[in-house]
Design a protein around this ligand. Sequence first.
Ligand code: GUN
Length: 285
Amino acid sequence: MAEVVYGSEIAADIKAELKKQIEELKENHRRIPKLTVILIGDHAASLSYVKGKERACGEIGMDNELIALPADTSEAELLELIDRLNHDDTVDGILVQLPLPKHINEDHVIYAIAPHKDVDGFHPYNIGRMMMGSPTFLPCTPKGIMEVLKRISLKDLSGKRAVVIGRSNIVGKPIAQLLLAANATVTITHSKTANIKEITKTADLLIVAIGKPRMVDASWIKEGAVVIDVGVNRDENNKLCGDVDFVSAAEKAAYITPVPKGIGPMTIAMLLSNTMDAYREHESE
Ligand code: GUN
């Protein structure tokens, strides 16, 4: 039976540490770090994610502003707002919640955020630095997964086989890069991979970020593997669930992350941590 690894508990430790740092800043009458989140339209899941980010900032005493704009906001208006925030000295981190309405080009928006305020780690500069092994801001979900691995003493993955299911810019591609940097032998699989289970069954570490409710069950998993579930889905009863069939997978895995209370809270904790890093860099200029 697998040990369940609660990202929520690790995230709580990280947030407590950040809260302490912000309290010290307040005691010393210093400026407080600030995250500005932009939400375009009323996409239900995005609204809930954005609320979670606001709540987390509140918990640790970080300054935050939510700029909610209507779905018909033009790309030019959004780019103008980003430009203003790039030049606003009170703002340390800028996050534009994705996905965006179809009339706005996501790449244009990601490119527009100043790399030193890109706490999502999505700008090509930050992605490039990660690829070259001298990272600046790491994307929050992959960074959160690496923190979870550290807590179960899987920091050095020498000799281990890691398999990633999913190839998104937000999770699949960057986590593969971080695992490679940690010495794992990495395979990326996706919806077009042939005989996918034959590959996943070789994994000492399986990262699942495919967006299909409970797709991965015990038959995909090697005995004793570490299984990280990045999925956030609603099942047929509208219940929150991951990409992994938890009950079945837990019988084979050595460690498994649940949904909820797994990787989701780690993503938010890493966003706060990136914002604190942006603040420290900003203050040292
Ligand atoms: N939408 C889903 N995940 C994310 C994320 O990590 N950052 C942003 N900006 N949008 C998202």
